[in-house]
Design a protein around this ligand. Structure first.
Ligand SMILES: [Fe+2]
Length: 197
């Protein structure tokens, strides 16, 4: 499969070069690969009129946690620093998605499906390396962080947003969202995925 190379989106090989260069921890690589699989299961099952760039979804999913490994020490905001890094490298479209994978702004429930929505949602369905339901993910957040009523409130507001996002994505798909995700292999294939272009 070959489509023209666009300079503003890194190929899968270029993503893995970055992953290596930034010494991503193996478990964070595995998480990112799983997010990519879920994101592509959604992107590949959208109605035909959806204008979603598959290579952009792939690159953003693989790179969304590109600075997370070093953030464990530096305590930097990895959504912000990951985006800054990718902007510097000349990938502004990927940067925008990375910037929005923790705090999403400007959600349009009735607008066209966007790549940043797919990556954000897929990330919420993958806990560590495992595909989970939203309920399971929310339960985990409540247990780990829900130490005050304010944080509980934040978690609940965010859950409502993700449910709205899920409705939007599901409504734009040719098959039920859960069917697309359930069709993914339970044991992920080893090695770097083929370049989707
Ligand atoms: Fe992240």
């Amino acid at each position: 499969m070959s489509t023209p190379t666009r300079d503003d989106i890194p190929s899968t090989g270029e993503c893995y070069d970055l992953i290596r260069r930034h010494r991503m921890l193996p478990n964070i690589i595995a998480h990112s690969e799983q997010v990519m699989r879920v994101a592509l299961a959604i992107a590949d099952n959208l109605e035909r009129d959806a204008a979603v760039d598959r290579s952009l979804v792939t690159a953003a999913a693989l790179l969304h946690d590109i600075t997370k490994t070093r953030s464990l020490e530096t305590r930097e905001r990895h959504d912000e620093t990951g985006a800054a890094l990718l902007r510097e490298l000349g990938y502004p479209r990927v940067a925008l998605i990375v910037e929005q994978h923790v705090i999403f702004t400007g959600f349009l429930p009735d607008g066209p499906v966007e790549e940043r929505e797919i990556v954000y949602y897929a990330d919420k369905r993958v806990m560590h390396e495992r595909i989970v339901s939203l309920e399971e993910r929310v339960r985990d957040l409540r247990e780990r962080y829900g130490k005050s009523p304010e944080i509980m409130e934040l978690i609940n507001t965010n859950r409502d947003f993700v449910l709205g996002l899920e409705r939007k994505l599901g409504g734009a798909m040719r098959v039920p969202l859960e069917t697309a995700i359930a069709a993914l292999p339970t044991v992920p294939p080893a090695g770097e995925p083929e370049d989707p272009r």
